[in-house]
Design a protein around this ligand. Structure first.
Ligand code: SF4
Ligand code: SF4
Length: 57
């Protein structure tokens, strides 16, 4: 599994990219991109996103 990103909400601020311990997030064209094979489902990014664009189901 990997974190899910809601592109409607994401502002491309990059806060999650800086906090991810597994280099599973990047920002391209002002939207977050999840590199699914790197995600370890730790949930750190969910906590730091200011617009609640990230979730683990
Ligand atoms: S859940 Fe953890 S490993 Fe996955 S993208 Fe978020 S911060 Fe990175
Ligand atoms: S912290 Fe949230 S709004 Fe900012 S780039 Fe990440 S997913 Fe998008």
């Amino acid at each position: 599994m990997a974190v899910n990103a809601d592109m409607e909400k994401c502002t491309g601020c990059g806060a999650c990219v800086d906090e991810c311990p597994s280099e599973a997030l990047t920002v391209e064209n002002d939207k977050v991109v999840v590199i699914e094979e790197n995600c370890i489902d730790c949930g750190v990014c969910i906590e730091v996103c200011p617009v609640e664009a990230l979730s683990l189901e």
